[in-house]
Design a protein around this ligand. Structure first.
Ligand SMILES: Nc1ncnc2c1ncn2[C@@H]1O[C@H](COP(=O)(O)OP(=O)(O)OP(=O)(O)O)[C@@H](O)[C@H]1O
Ligand code: SF4
Ligand SMILES: [Mg+2]
Length: 323
C-alpha cells in the first residue's frame, strides 16, 4: 500500500544544510504495523511528515525519492489531490494532543468538522458521528462529554480523541508519531492497546514511531531502525529481538531496562548522534561503533540482504548477528 523509495530530505539553514533523510526505503501493507526506531534526530518524524505531506517547506526540501501510495507517487501530486488523501487515505497522530487540538473548540465540534468538510454531513449528524467515534475509542459518557473542551479531558483521554480524529474517515494508513510518550506508563499501555485493536479491526496499515522498544515487541510486525537519516536495519520484529544484525540495534536493545537485571548498569551507546550537517564519511555510526574497522571510515555500507525479509547496513553484519 505504502512504498517509500530512496527518500531524501534536507533542511537549508543559515548554518548550512542538514541532511535529515538520506535514502529511506520502507513499505507498509494493509493490516501491517511498521515500527520506526532510532535516537532523537535520526529523521523518524521528518520522514513521516514527508509521507503525510506536512513537511515545513522551506526550510525543508525533498531532494529525491518517491512515495508510492496505492501505486501513485504522492510527490508528483497536486496539493489539492494530496489534501484529499490526508484524512481519507492517511492520517497522523501526534505526541502532544493538547497542542494539536484546538483549545477553543469543543471536542465534538472538532471531530464533527471532519464529517462536515469531507462528507458534507449536517451539524447534527456530524455531532452524532462524533459521539460514535468517542464511544469507539472508549471515552466514557461520550454523549455527555461531546460538548467539552480539550483541557477538560485527561492526557490519556485527549490522546484517545486524537486517535478518534485520525480514524474518523477510516484511512488506509495511520502514522503515529510517539503517540504515548507524553502519558504515564499505565495509560500508555491502554492507549497503545486501543490503537493496535482498532488497527486490526479496520485492517489499516500503521507506522508507529517510538523510542519504546517494549511497546514495539507487542504490537509491531516489522521494525526499521534509523540512524542519521538512513535505515540501518530492517527485520520482522521477533528476528530483531532474537539476533540484531547491526551494532546500533544491538546497542538500542541493550539499553532497555530489564526487570530481571535490576541494579545492573544499563549499556548506553557511547557518544552522540552525528551533526547532520557533517555526517561522518563511511558508516555514519563508525565513531560510536564498538566493531568499527578501517573500511567503516571510508565506505558507506549498503543495506546488505541478511535474508529475504531482513536487511542490515553494516559491513560486518554476520559478525554482529552471531556475536
Ligand atoms: N524545521 C526544521 N528546520 C531545520 N531542521 C530541521 C527541522 N525539522 C527537523 N530538522 C532536522 O532534521 C533532523 C531530524 O529530525 P526528526 O524530527 O525527524 O528527528 P526524530 O528522529 O523524529 O527525533 P525525535 O526522536 O527527537 O522526535 C533534526 O535533527 C534536525 O536537524
Ligand atoms: S559498518 Fe562498521 S562502523 Fe558501521 S555499524 Fe558496521 S561495524 Fe560498525
Ligand atoms: Mg520525532
Amino acid at each position: 500500500m505504502l512504498d517509500v523509495r530512496d527518500l531524501h530530505v534536507e533542511f537549508r539553514t543559515r548554518d548550512g544544510v542538514a541532511r535529515a533523510v538520506n535514502g529511506v526505503n520502507y513499505t507498509v501493507d494493509a493490516g501491517e504495523t511498521l515500527a520506526v526506531l532510532g535516537e532523537s534526530g535520526s529523521g523518524k518524524s521528518v520522514t513521516a511528515q514527508t509521507v503525510m505531506g506536512i513537511l515545513d517547506m522551506p526550510p525543508g526540501r525533498i531532494t529525491g525519492g518517491e512515495i508510492l501510495f496505492k501505486g501513485q507517487d504522492l510527490l508528483k501530486m497536486r496539493e489539492d489531490e494530496r489534501r484529499k488523501i490526508r484524512g481519507a487515505g492517511m492520517a497522523m497522530i501526534f505526541q502532544d494532543a493538547l497542542s494539536s487540538l484546538n483549545p477553543v473548540l469543543s471536542v465534538g465540534d472538532q471531530l464533527g468538522e471532519m464529517f462536515i468538510v469531507h462528507q458534507g454531513l449536517s451539524r447534527k449528524d456530524a455531532k452524532a458521528r462524533a459521539v460514535e467515534l468517542m464511544d469507539r475509542v472508549r471515552i466514557p459518557a461520550a454523549k455527555e462529554r461531546v460538548g467539552q473542551y480539550p483541557h477538560q479531558f485527561s492526557g490519556g483521554m485527549r490522546q484517545r480523541i486524537m486517535i478518534a480524529m485520525a480514524l474518523s474517515l477510516e484511512p488506509d494508513l495511520i502514522i503515529a508519531d510517539e503517540p504515548t510518550t507524553a502519558l504515564d506508563v499505565t495509560v500508555q499501555a491502554q492507549v497503545m492497546d486501543l490503537l493496535a485493536e482498532l488497527q486490526r479491526e479496520l485492517d489499516m496499515g500503521l507506522i508507529l514511531i517510538t523510542h519504546d522498544l517494549g511497546v514495539v515487541a507487542d504490537v509491531a510486525d516489522k521494525i526499521a531502525v534509523m540512524y542519521a537519516g538512513r535505515i540501518v536495519e530492517t527485520a520482522p520484529v521477533h528476528d530483531i529481538y532474537r539476533a540484531p544484525a547491526h551494532p546500533y540495534t544491538k546497542g538500542l536493545l541493550e539499553s532497555i531496562p530489564r526487570l530481571d537485571q535490576k541494579g545492573k548498569e544499563l549499556y548506553a551507546i557511547k557518544g552522540l548522534p552525528p551533526n547532520l550537517m557533517h555526517i561522518p564519511p563511511g558508516c555514519a555510526f563508525n565513531p560510536r561503533c564498538p566493531m568499527a574497522q578501517d573500511v567503516c571510515r571510508t565506505d558507506v555500507p549498503p543495506l546488505y540482504e541478511v535474508n529475504e525479509q531482513r536487511g542490515s547496513a553494516c559491513h560486518f553484519w554476520e559478525a554482529a548477528i552471531h556475536g
